[in-house]
Structures are given as structure tokens and as C-alpha cells.
Ligand binder design. Structure first.
Ligand code: SF4
Length: 382
């Protein structure tokens, strides 16, 4: 992998993890700390010099390090039932046991949750707020359920209130020009990432790489280096071998399997090539607007998971059509019902798998293989 790509990636990871217990040697972080959900307007936090961490992302890292079972059991015993979203079980087990592949993130000074993704998150953040006894800020995004102008006023007031509260917490003065710079960085990161995504149907096996590399669009989308890093990634991907076009093109509908070395069921999919994955487009946020406040509103009010079903179906159908997929592997995810419904109304043969993105034990591999083989039969005889 090209040195320039690795250099930026290493730098971003070192910055993100430097205050985790494994690296901080007991030192308190220099900045105030927020724990945030994956679609929080972090550009505001960056502007006010607040560090932010994503419990959901860390749960994925824990599963990728094969440490999720002990932590989920600990959570089941003392905290959350295994029926809850596995991200929450895995992460809460980690903070209860004070264990994780990179230690645990620094304690939060504030918790920020949004409902533009699911309603589990504000509830999970409530549990965290009780545990840490720190302020909880919940941002309510009405999505398409409110007329745009009214929705803008409603969301913008919450963003401005967030700015005021974080000014007070951090002691730093808000600067609109700086916020604008971070929003522009995010726009550039999204644009570079969208160019990366165009390579999926053309190259073999890059979906594993991209399931991991999208993490920077989540945790570092408003950093200046992120778009540059994705630029290097495109060059790298272009130098890889072309896809084997004799394989059946399929769309992956659902989360990456964080516990799997390849992040998808590669052992059952020899005859297939994955030409698209909806998860990889969730953070392609649309920062359009006439000023920085409208840009933030558009990006975070209209996230894919916050759209009405009709809009989701339309977007998803366009993506699937553009990818050239002939069928879909659909994950009926134990943790995440809002992810599963996004597969509705696709006029495409599908293999539907009962699975979980964190809990590797929630899978009957023979059933999954059977479903995937049946899909192949359907597509080959169609
Ligand atoms: S996996 Fe689904 S239920 Fe869990 S936090 Fe994410 S969106 Fe919410």
C-alpha cells in the first residue's frame, strides 16, 4: 500500500486513539471529551476544540479483534440484555470491564446523541448518562416528516443551542469562519470517498478494504487530511487487478460483518463479486446550502436512515441499478431493524441471511450457505 496513504492513516489513527487508556498512561486528556453517535454534527465540536469518540465504531473494532463475546456476556450479566443492539452490548461490556483492544476511551464530559439513524441510540445514551452522571444532549432531526423551512428552523435552533452549551463546557469562543472550514473539509472528504466508491464494480475484493476505510469518513470526516488520504486510496485501488467479470455481480445490503476477517461471508461467495454496498454510502452526506448552518442542516437532517421509506427505496434502487448487480445479499440483522427495512421493495432476487454484525454466534452458516446457493441457482436459470 502506498506510503502516503499509510502515513496519513497512521497519523489520523494515532490522533484518534491517543487518549485511550492503553496509550494515555493515566494522563487526563487536554481537551473536553464528548461521546457521540455516528451522525452527530462533529464539525461543531471540532470548531470548539472538543475531542469526540464513537462508541458504535469502537464496538466494531472490538469485534474485529475477536473480543466481543466476553464483553457481551459481561454486559448481559450486569447491564444490557443481549437482545439490545450488539453495538451497545459490546461497548457497555468494554466500559464495565475496562477492557478493549486499545483500552477504553477517556470518560465523557458530555454525551451527544442524535435520532437521525435510529431510536436505540438516544436510549443507549441515556444509560450512559446515568452511568457517568454527565449532561446528555439529544438532537432531534425530523427528516422528511416536516416541511423543509420549518425543519430548518427547528434543527438550526438545536445546532445553535449545541454551540452555546459547548462554548460553556469548553471555555472556547465559537468562530463561524472556522466552522465553515471544517464543513468544507467534510464536503471534500465525502467527494473523495464517492470517487473511491466508483471503483467497487471494477476491482476484485476491494469491499473488505472499503468496509474498514470508511471508518475515517465517520471519525475524521472534517479533518483536512481525510480527502487527501482518500485521493491516495483511489490511486492505490486503480493499480489493483481488474474484477473477474465472469462472477455474478451482487449488492451487499447491510452492515459489514465486523467479526469476519473479510467483513462479508467470503467462504460462501466464491461465485460472486460484490459490486456495491449500501453501508458504504451512509456517510456520503450532502452538505449543500447557502450558508454553513443550512449545510449542516441538510447533511444531518436528511441522512439516509432518516428518510422516509419511499425516498430510501428510490435512492437504493438507483444505487443498485448503477452498480450492475443482478441480485442482493440482504442481512436480516438481529441488532438493527432499521437497516433491514432499507432492503424492501427492491425488485431483485435476494438471499436473506439471519445474522448480526457484532455477535458471530448468531449465524447458522449452513442455512446462510443454502440461501446464497439458492440465489445463485435463481440467477443462473433466470
Ligand atoms: S446498529 Fe442499528 S440499532 Fe444499533 S445503533 Fe446502529 S442504527 Fe441503531
Amino acid at each position: 500500500m502506498a506510503q502516503s496513504f499509510i502515513r496519513i492513516q497512521t497519523h489520523l489513527m494515532r490522533e484518534y486513539y491517543k487518549d485511550f487508556s492503553k496509550y494515555s498512561k493515566g494522563k487526563k486528556p487536554e481537551k473536553k471529551v464528548a461521546w457521540v453517535t455516528a451522525f452527530t454534527p462533529v464539525e461543531i465540536l471540532e470548531t470548539l476544540g472538543i475531542s469526540y469518540y464513537y462508541p458504535e465504531s469502537y464496538a466494531a473494532v472490538i469485534a474485529a479483534s475477536e473480543k466481543e463475546q466476553d464483553l457481551m456476556q459481561a454486559s448481559d450479566r450486569d447491564n444490557l440484555s443481549r437482545d439490545c443492539c450488539s453495538y451497545s452490548c459490546c461497548y457497555n461490556g468494554s466500559i464495565d470491564m475496562q477492557e478493549g483492544p486499545r483500552g477504553v476511551p477517556p470518560k465523557p464530559d458530555v454525551l451527544i446523541a442524535t435520532n437521525n439513524q435510529c431510536n436505540t441510540l438516544p436510549n443507549w445514551w441515556n444509560v450512559l448518562a446515568v452511568k457517568y452522571d454527565v449532561p446528555l444532549i439529544v438532537i432531534d432531526y425530523p427528516g422528511e416528516n416536516m416541511e423543509r423551512d420549518a425543519a430548518f428552523d427547528y434543527v438550526n435552533e438545536q445546532h445553535k443551542s449545541l454551540i452555546r452549551k459547548l462554548e460553556e463546557l469548553s471555555g472556547n469562543k465559537f468562530d463561524e469562519g472556522v466552522l465553515n472550514e471544517f464543513v468544507e473539509n467534510s464536503k471534500k472528504s465525502v467527494s473523495a470517498w464517492n470517487c473511491v466508491l466508483k471503483q467497487i464494480p471494477l476491482k476484485d475484493g476491494i469491499v473488505t478494504l472499503l468496509f474498514d476505510d470508511i471508518s475515517f469518513l465517520i471519525t475524521a470526516r472534517c479533518k483536512a487530511e481525510t480527502s487527501e488520504m482518500y485521493g491516495f486510496l483511489i490511486d492505490e485501488i486503480k493499480s489493483m487487478p481488474d474484477a473477474d467479470f465472469s462472477k455474478i455481480p451482487v449488492f451487499w445490503l447491510g452492515y459489514p460483518l465486523w467479526w469476519h476477517a473479510d467483513r462479508y461471508l467470503s467462504e460462501c461467495m466464491d461465485s460472486y463479486r460484490i459490486v456495491g454496498a449500501n453501508y458504504l454510502t451512509w456517510w456520503s452526506l450532502d452538505y449543500s446550502g447557502i450558508n454553513v448552518y443550512e449545510k449542516l442542516f441538510t447533511a444531518y437532517n436528511y441522512t439516509f436512515l432518516n428518510l422516509q421509506q419511499r425516498s430510501r427505496d428510490k435512492k437504493l434502487s438507483e444505487q443498485v441499478r448503477a452498480s450492475g448487480a443482478k441480485g442482493a445479499i440482504v442481512l436480516h440483522n438481529k441488532s438493527c431493524k432499521c437497516d433491514f427495512v432499507s432492503a424492501r421493495n427492491l425488485e431483485l432476487p435476494q438471499a436473506e441471511l439471519d445474522i448480526d454484525m457484532i455477535d458471530r454466534t448468531y449465524l447458522n452458516i449452513d442455512n446462510a450457505k443454502c440461501q446464497i446457493d439458492l440465489l445463485k441457482e435463481t440467477l443462473c436459470t433466470a
